[in-house]
Design a protein around this ligand. Structure first.
Ligand SMILES: *Cc1c(COP(=O)(O)O)cnc(C)c1O
Length: 457
């Protein structure tokens, strides 16, 4: 090995694996059996589409248990998990503090449909430590939080149209299941059957990272736009990091046009830091939505804003929004336990350092081997993209053909005990439960797998 190469890997010989070739497939017998059964009960055998492994090899794995950074499937295979239930599990699986609090609270009953002190407790944890929200409302999912935030923006401004960005996901509410048509500024075309064209006509879809497009949208629909909605850092279609100047531009153009800026922080909230992407950029969105991490693995969403804006929500105001299980005590308990851990001093610093070291060491290897791979990362979120572009900031920058490489990577990783989301458009998450030892193991597995991916490059 070249001396200079060795140095790149901080003197650690273990960083340079020898190519071991494809590994034999792990057994998926039990998972396959369960999947066959599930197909009788659920469309595609699943209760959320991406779980069906449609864009990767083989049947989906049925997970039996999780602990720390590990999950085990029905066949007894063990994996280091970087999916983390798609984001919520920032402390890892089955964290004792979360489990204990939930177990304690559930002894007193599961749901009352009446206020409980636990709602106050979680709200206080959030509002005291977050300068972007003065009043909040809990929901049971991220989708619900976003749907309600949109209604609030419309009710507050008295305007109907919404601007969204191609490449941002905001849950499955009708008016946001839209994609761009052709042209710079377009009405959305529905991206799902069953969404009326007339709903999509209220949503304007524009590319990310494009000042002309948003300017043109505001010009064309003068005084009709209630809100601009953007993911704090778009992380549902690759990791599309935006320049802070651009986000500030959005903030200003919203103000000029008396439209609200909605930050959908369902992934980034409590992930990049306790105050999410808004603090990361130093901008002040008018409405913020949270989900995923806030519920510690149980179903919780939330939207919040200034007391003045939130005053428009019923029963104080005229914007109706409700939920039988909203503020559910067991879910609140999980949220309280998890967020309490996140507030410990140094939590994010340690996690984010660990994650960036991990991402950067994979990048160094890929660069040294001349592999066309970029590991984009922010906080404890990472995304491996098969590209040689230095920046990927809009949906159009992603080459769909590169997903063939991801397919190979995914299979090789599973066969080496690494579980990541079953789609090349999905990001990965490092949790506090990933120790340096496991990250080192995972890194080796990733490097070996990359050797297989690029074997015939
Ligand atoms: C996951 C997600 C949603 C939807 O949340 P659900 O809890 O799945 O309904 C909305 N917005 C963003 C940014 C998300 O990542």
């Amino acid at each position: 090995m070249l001396e200079s190469l060795k140095k790149m890997f901080s003197g650690n010989e273990g960083d340079m694996p020898v190519s071991t070739g494809s590994k034999p497939d792990i057994s998926r017998e039990k998972s396959a059996e369960l999947y066959e059964k599930a197909k009788n009960y659920f469309p595609g055998g699943v209760n959320s589409p991406v779980r069906a492994f449609k864009s990767v090899y083989g049947t989906p794995l049925f997970i039996q248990k999780g602990d720390g950074c590990f999950v085990w499937d029905a066949d007894g295979n063990q994996f280091i998990d970087f999916c983390g239930s798609w984001g919520p599990l920032i402390l890892g699986h089955n964290h004792p503090k979360v489990r204990d609090k939930v177990t304690e609270v559930m002894q007193n009953g599961m749901s009352f449909g009446a206020p409980t002190a636990l709602e106050n407790e979680l709200a206080e944890l959030i509002i005291k430590n977050n300068k972007f929200v003065e009043k909040i409302r809990f929901t049971s999912s991220g989708t619900e939080a976003v749907m309600s935030a949109i209604r609030l923006a419309r009710g507050y401004t008295g305007k109907d149209k919404i601007i969204k960005f191609e490449g941002c996901y905001h849950g499955h509410t009708d008016s946001l299941l839209v994609k761009a048509g052709s042209g710079l500024v377009t009405f959305g075309e529905t991206s799902s059957a069953g969404v009326p064209k007339s709903f999509a006509a209220e949503t304007i879809v524009i590319p990310l990272n494009d000042r002309e497009a948003i300017k043109a949208a505001f010009d064309q629909f003068k005084d009709q736009v209630a809100a601009v909605i953007i993911e704090g850092i778009p992380a549902n279609n690759g990791l599309l990091m935006q320049d802070v100047e651009y986000i500030k531009y959005l903030e200003n153009i919203c103000k000029e046009n008396k439209a609200l800026l909605i930050f959908d922080e369902v992934i980034t909230g409590f992930r990049l830091g306790f105050e999410g992407a808004a603090a990361h950029y130093g901008v002040k969105p008018d409405i913020v939505t949270y989900g995923k991490i806030i519920g510690g693995g149980l179903p919780v969403g939330m939207y919040g804003a200034s007391a003045e804006i939130m005053g428009h929500i019923s029963p104080d105001g005229g914007v109706y929004q409700a939920g039988t299980l909203s503020g559910n005590p067991v879910a609140m308990a999980a949220g309280i336990a998890q967020l309490t851990e996140l507030l410990r001093s140094g939590f994010y610093k340690e996690l984010n350092n660990k994650a960036s070291e991990f991402a950067e060491s994979i990048q160094r290897f890929a660069t040294a081997r001349n592999y066309k791979l970029k590991v984009f990362h922010v906080g404890s979120i990472f995304w491996m993209a098969f590209t040689d572009k230095d920046k990927i900031q809009s949906a159009d920058d992603i080459d769909p053909a590169s997903m063939e490489k991801f397919k190979v990577l995914h299979r090789e990783l599973l066969n080496r005990g690494i579980y990541i989301g079953p789609s090349g458009y999905e990001v990965g998450f490092v949790s506090a439960a990933h120790t340096k030892i496991e990250l080192e193991k995972a890194k080796r597995a990733i490097l070996e797998s990359l050797d297989v991916v690029f074997r015939n490059k």
